[in-house]
Design a protein around this ligand. Structure first.
Ligand SMILES: C[S@@+](CC[C@H](N)C(=O)[O-])C[C@H]1O[C@@H](n2cnc3c(N)ncnc32)[C@H](O)[C@@H]1O
Length: 404
């Protein structure tokens, strides 16, 4: 572990730096996403290390926090994520037009077209009574798609499913089953679903209007799905700012199966996406890179001693994430910001930030500083008493500068 790395650590509270910004301001809270960046971290990086109109790439963009903040501060962004949901999410979160959809069709579903998801498990996740209504609402949507309506439909399709609203991965809880049974007893489901849709749409419009108020300029490009796996930049880019997956903390594709199903993904497509997710991807899909970090080697031994099977996941995690930094980092001309927490592998928590720094220092970057933020209430997992799961106590923003 290099001493230099330790000397360059500074404790910070990103929330306190921007007391007027909330985690859901503008369109940030439009749709739930697990382990979302708090916008304050992104704003801090933008204010301190970037200039007007510069370009930022986020290769693990999730719900697109970097994209939204970029447009609020007149920067440009490329947001990539394996999860295809990034595209509709960012389209809605950065929607600027005054184009309003014709909503009357949603409220008169008698002769509505029917949209049937291809995912074979869809019926397991809904009572038939609700599914029939949702299939009509999505049928209407696909005749005349609108970015904001799509988000409201995502909300409705979660709410009236057996999936627990409070747990990121789709999970059938007893509580939600009881709630659905209660709803079924009440009858008049159509009105209940449409009322919820109206309310959801109102919230989505409100978030969109708020974004418009903050928007300053710039372009935001969003790309999701398996095509981004080997994405190469065809020109230089100023900065890379990202928050990679935290070890084994989440299964994102699994969490978004319902949304993916309504977007038209079939079983095979969903399975193939899941197979590329870090760190669950099979070994043959990971890039061939040589990790240049003594700390990585040291923790490899510790994890191997404790759990020889888990060491494979450890290798896959760091090889995949560092492979992305190497592939895109070669086009970064200025700063790289990496935000990560020390999630554990079977009780052993490798210092992710130090491993990233050591490897990248051997690959053309200079470590500038690491900001250490103490997690207070970041909702990594909703509905969990421990706000710091898997031993994550602090999160770090590592800043590196390209040596050019
Ligand atoms: C910590 S989250 C990023 C959250 C994001 N910063 C935000 O504000 O919403 C990590 C992301 O990595 C994505 N991911 C996992 N494996 C990936 C892969 N192989 N390639 C690209 N993205 C991947 C997940 O889908 C997830 O959205």
């Amino acid at each position: 572990m290099s001493n230099i790395t330790f000397e360059k650590r500074v404790v910070i509270s990103f929330r306190d730096k921007y007391p007027r910004l909330t985690t859901t301001y503008a369109s940030h809270g439009m749709y739930y996403y697990p382990a979302r960046f708090i916008p304050q971290v992104v704003r801090f990086f933008i204010d301190k290390y970037t200039k007007d109109q510069e370009w930022i790439i986020d290769p693990f963009a999730g719900s697109g926090t970097v994209g939204v903040e970029a447009l609020i501060t007149n920067r440009n962004a490329i947001c990539l994520d394996l999860n295809p949901v990034i595209e509709p999410l960012l389209k809605a979160k950065t929607f600027l037009s005054d184009w309003y959809p014709n909503l009357s069709q949603y409220f008169n579903l008698k002769d509505a077209p029917i949209y049937k998801p291809k995912w074979s498990k869809i019926e397991e996740w809904y009572p038939l009574e609700f599914l029939e209504i949702l299939e009509k609402m999505w049928g209407v949507y696909y005749e005349n798609p609108h970015p904001l309506v799509l988000i409201a439909l995502f909300k409705v399709s979660r709410r009236f499913s057996f999936a627990d609203d409070q747990v990121p991965k789709i999970f059938r809880s007893k509580k939600k089953k009881a709630e659905i049974e209660e709803m079924l007893k009440k009858g008049n489901y159509k009105k209940m679903i449409l009322d919820f849709f109206e309310k959801a749409l109102r919230e989505v419009y409100k978030a969109s209007m708020e974004f418009k108020k903050y928007y300053k300029g710039g372009i935001c490009i969003a790309k999701g799905g398996i095509d981004i796996i080997n994405y190469e930049l065809d020109r230089d880019i100023n900065h890379l700012l990202t928050s990679p997956p935290y070890g084994m903390a989440h299964e994102y594709i699994r969490s978004f199966k319902l949304e993916l199903a309504w977007l038209g993904y079939d079983d095979k497509q969903i399975r193939n996406l899941g197979k590329l997710e870090i760190p669950y991807c099979p070994e043959e899909t990971i890039p061939k890179i040589d990790i240049q970090s003594d700390t990585y080697e040291k923790f490899y031994k510790r994890i191997e001693e404790k759990n020889p099977k888990l060491v494979k996941v450890y290798v896959k995690y760091f090889t995949s994430v560092l492979g992305v930094f190497d592939r895109l980092g070669k086009n970064v001309t200025d700063y790289m910001g990496i935000f990560v927490g020390n999630a554990s592998f079977s009780g052993v928590s490798p210092p992710y930030d130090i491993i990233f720094v050591e490897h990248l220092e051997n690959g053309g970057f200079e470590h500038i500083i690491t900001y250490v933020d103490v997690i207070k209430s970041r909702k990594l997992f909703r509905n969990r008493k421990n706000a710091s799961p898997n031993g994550i106590e602090t999160e770090c923003l590592v800043i590196l500068k390209a040596k050019r």
